[in-house]
Design a protein around this ligand. Structure first.
Ligand SMILES: *Cc1c(COP(=O)(O)O)cnc(C)c1O
Length: 219
């Protein structure tokens, strides 16, 4: 199968899941995760009309996206990997959405950088729904207080919540927990679901799914 065929298949699976969940046709957007793939592998996906992409490393993204963004207008680039404070300036300059805000220091640094660069980047808070020690994200119990800090003290508007469920568990309960936290805290968007589980994420209310290997192939 070509990358175009795989992209079309993912689009059809998303449409089907949206229909089966009784949701509005355009209520779920596809973030095509292009990490580890070079610009030449990404161009055919852009040529199919895909405009929203996800990368997990700032430095890797800097090596391909300035050029790709210059070639095509309307590209929306999401950072979906951990962000260190010393990369915050670069991240604010390149990304349109940062999905991995997960601690006070990075939230403060992002607020300062956006002010300094005069650029506003849309933000999601990453939640560690499985409380995995090796994984980034705010603990579910701390989401309310972290959002309060972001909103009231730092004047940051938080558009969504994001999670990566533990690899060895059924993702459904994690998606349900993220949806509940978003509802309780008045956060409008939910980034959840990857190649292996995006249909169930859509059934649980995902507003965007992050799909890599089902489009680009195995890494
Ligand atoms: C790599 C990655 C994805 C995409 O994973 P696939 O299984 O290839 O679809 C989604 N989200 C995050 C945070 C990732 O790092």
């Amino acid at each position: 199968m070509t990358v175009e065929q795989r992209l079309n298949e993912v689009r059809e699976r998303i449409s089907r899941a949206v229909r089966q969940s009784g949701r509005e046709p355009d209520s779920v957007s596809l973030v095509a995760v292009s990490k580890t793939f070079e610009a030449d592998a990404i161009r055919p996906v852009i040529a199919c009309g895909q405009r929203i992409f996800g990368e997990n490393r700032v430095q890797e993204a800097q090596g391909k996206w300035p050029e790709l963004k210059a070639e095509t207008s309307g590209i929306e680039l999401h950072l979906i990997g951990p962000l260190q404070s010393n990369k915050a300036a670069d991240a604010v300059a390149l990304f349109d959405v940062i999905e991995t805000v997960d601690r006070e220091k990075i939230a403060r640094t992002l607020a300062d950088e956006m002010r300094r660069q005069g650029r506003s980047v849309r933000l999601y808070v990453q939640v560690n729904t499985g409380l995995e020690p090796q994984k980034a994200g705010v603990a579910p119990d701390d989401v309310g207080s972290f959002l309060k800090l972001c909103r009231e003290e730092l004047s940051l508007s938080i558009e969504g919540l994001m999670c990566i469920p533990p690899a060895d568990e059924y993702p459904g309960p994690h998606f349900a927990l993220l949806a509940k936290l978003a509802r309780e805290n008045g956060v409008p968007r939910l980034s959840m679901g990857m190649s292996g589980d995006f249909e169930s994420a859509i059934a649980m209310g995902a507003t965007s799914v992050r799909v890599g290997s089902a489009i680009f192939g195995t890494r």
